[in-house]
Design a protein. Structure first.
Length: 236
């Protein structure tokens, strides 16, 4: 779909959902379509609408979509996933800077109320914040301020592989128990000590009570899911 009429239309529709979109981009969209060889009276009007209001630009935008019978993604959820995959692919192909791609993914996380499909990027941000202020991470021992760009690039690669294998949100939220050697749910177990707080809770495997868990949304857990799903696909 890349560089097609549908591609650039779905991109701009996704940006309208996710971010504050300057309606001047609708003018640029019209100019780009004209450069692709399309023509219509409304298209030329929008392409010259530099001084018009957002309302006017929006009106012609939708008229053009109807006039040219442009097929576009109507589901907001599917539009966002299309946009996320597009950003990830551009990051992996080095078409956009990794920091730019990362910030766009963080915008997607926020706009989707921390949807588990994109939450790994927010978790990386949290660990980066901890590194800046406390020189340690919560979940990602291998993440450092020196290697964060390479780490995020690997996250984009994993993200694309997971999309191909269609791993469900439920699975993405699973923990991996190193003792059971399987994906599990979690439960909390009370622990006691001789200092404050005297009582606290730890996260353990729901099956064997082991604390040796890999948390969701980190590289090791996601890679294990990828390997399991890929093996299942090959086996079938």
């Amino acid at each position: 779909m890349k560089n097609t009429l549908e591609y650039i239309t779905n991109t701009i529709l996704a940006e309208r959902i996710l971010f504050y979109l300057d309606s001047k981009k609708l003018v640029n969209w019209a100019i780009q379509i004209i450069q692709m060889g399309y023509e219509s009276e409304d298209l030329y009007i929008l392409a010259g609408a530099d001084s018009d209001t957002t309302e006017e630009r929006e009106k012609y935008f939708w008229k053009i979509i109807n006039d040219l019978k442009i097929e576009y993604i109507t589901s907001n959820d599917e539009l966002i996933e299309f946009y996320a995959i597009n950003i990830a692919q551009k990051a992996v192909n080095k078409e956009i800077d990794i920091d730019v791609a990362f910030n766009k993914m963080l915008g997607i996380v926020s706009a989707t109320s921390y949807d588990s499909r994109y939450f790994a990027f927010e978790a990386i941000k949290e660990d980066l914040d901890y590194l800046h202020y406390t020189n340690r991470t919560i979940y990602r021992d291998s993440l450092t301020l020196d290697n964060y760009k390479e780490y995020i690039l690997e996250e984009f690669n994993i993200f694309l592989e997971i999309r191909k294998l269609k791993i469900s949100e439920k699975d993405l939220n699973s923990f991996y128990c190193n003792k059971c050697k399987k994906f599990v749910g979690k439960k909390f177990k009370k622990k006691f000590q001789l200092k404050r707080p005297f009582q606290y809770c730890v996260c353990v495997c729901e099956i064997c009570n082991s604390k040796d868990l890999l948390f969701p949304h980190n590289h090791l857990t996601l890679k294990l899911w990828w390997c399991c799903k890929k093996y299942a696909v090959l086996k079938n």
